[in-house]
Ligand binder design. Structure first.
Ligand SMILES: [Zn+2]
Length: 413
């Protein structure tokens, strides 16, 4: 049976993107819309209204996620699609928001073209993902759905403006004691459409990708300590200089990731020298190493190489080294069956695509605790994201939504 062609109206897509971007508009093309802000309330209300207009049953859960349900004729668990509606400070129009809108547009198109599905479909606007108002939220919307917000979290979580999450929730009429009610155990599959936020699709000259895994990530916090001394008085052969050790480690870890090849990445993003004086051999260097790989075995190899190098350099140079990691997410593989469904959907719609891992974290990682997950990427211009300059063309976005809708059609009709 050949797949039916899914019709998506580009002007409807463009209109929804621009109107959503007006909530928290920042400069020409930016958006500044943090969770539970007045702009967030506006965008969330608008999303609910559009779901309602599309004939979906609209509900809002205890943390402000919006659900638009297209009820199936048969009982059973839901097939859900969506993403987050909050942004960076400022971010662009597409990160997160595009996935929430894509789900709504796909369900609306399916309902118009094919009527009621056999299985229940739901569009989802997740309340928060970016950590841009409360740095410790760590996927607030999807954590509520998966039942992973601990009692006391809303009171202890503090924002950049020093307010608590509980206060921010009360201010928009949400009661933090009711968060456990947001938990769902009736979701079969979650498909998230998102912009790529990298240059790979543009380099490959392709509009969309099927995502087969979300990368594993570890942030090492490292401190190398030597002996602080006069930059003129100490001969080179008698120094315990942590800056030399840092330089060797920094170059070594990024070279290791280079030699691994794609999709391994390692970044030294932060370094603090003490005392940071021009005529002083430093006492210590604190720095970070962010290392990522989507394959669990390769990830362990990458981390082992980095740790072996750090130990070896410190020993050879007479330095002490300590590290810990404040982020350590395992890789999240997509469900192989959903990946095949998405690949078939792209082929059936005649849309060229590639299959690739995600180097960034996404709500799908949380949803994977309760459902099968997979993602669709849409090409990002110049790979830009987390900036007002992020851009994806309407043609590419429509292609991504058609892949999503065709996959939902295969699963639900
Ligand atoms: Zn995002």
């Amino acid at each position: 049976m050949s797949a039916p062609k899914i019709e998506i109206d580009p002007s409807y897509v463009d209109d929804l993107i621009l109107r959503t971007a007006s909530f928290g508009a920042y400069g020409e093309t930016g958006v500044w819309r943090t969770v539970y802000s007045p702009e967030w309330v506006g965008a969330t209300d608008q999303y609910s209204a559009w779901c309602d207009e599309a004939g979906l049953e609209v509900t809002r859960d205890a943390v402000g996620n919006v659900w638009g349900k297209l009820r199936g004729s048969e009982p059973g668990k839901s097939i859900v699609s969506g993403s987050h509606i909050d942004t960076q400070r400022p971010g662009g129009r597409y990160d997160g928001t595009l996935g929430a809108l894509a789900a709504l547009i796909a369900l609306s198109a399916l309902k118009q073209q094919f009527g009621q599905p056999r299985r229940t479909l739901e569009a989802l606007s997740l309340c928060e993902e970016e950590g841009s108002r409360f740095p410790g939220t760590n996927f607030w919307g999807s954590r509520a759905i998966t039942g992973r917000i601990a009692p006391g979290d809303p009171e202890s979580l503090r924002g950049y403006a020093d307010e608590t999450m509980a206060d921010a929730m009360f201010a928009v009429g949400l009661d933090p004691t009711r968060i456990p009610e947001a938990k769902r155990d009736d979701i079969d599959s979650f498909i998230e459409l998102h912009i790529e936020q990298g240059p790979i699709l543009e380099q490959a000259d392709l509009p969309v990708a099927v995502v087969d895994a979300i990368t594993g990530v570890r942030h090492y916090n490292i401190k190398l300590t030597g002996v602080q001394n006069h930059a003129g008085g100490f001969p080179m052969d008698l120094r315990n200089d942590p800056m030399q050790g840092f330089a060797e480690i920094a170059l070594g870890v990024v070279n290791t990731a280079h030699r691994f090849g794609r999709p391994a990445v390692t970044t030294v993003g932060r370094v603090v020298a003490w005392p940071n004086g021009p005529a002083v051999i430093p006492r210590d260097i604190s720095f970070t190493v962010d290392a990522r790989h989507p394959d669990p075995v390769q990830r362990d190899r990458l981390y082992a190489y980095h740790e072996a190098l750090m130990r070896e350099v410190a020993n050879r140079r007479g330095l002490t080294i300590e590290w810990d990691y404040f982020v350590d997410h395992p890789p999240c593989p997509s469900d192989p069956g959903l990946v095949r469904t998405l690949q078939r959907a792209a082929k059936g719609q005649g849309i060229p695509f590639m299959t690739m891992p995600s180097g960034a974290g996404h709500d799908s990682q949380q949803m994977a605790n309760i459902a099968k997950v997979a993602m669709i990427f849409v090409r990002s211009k110049d790979g830009r994201s987390h900036t007002p300059e992020e851009f994806s063309s309407i043609e590419d976005i429509v292609a991504g939504i058609r892949v999503l809708a065709a996959a939902l059609h295969e699963l639900a009709y």
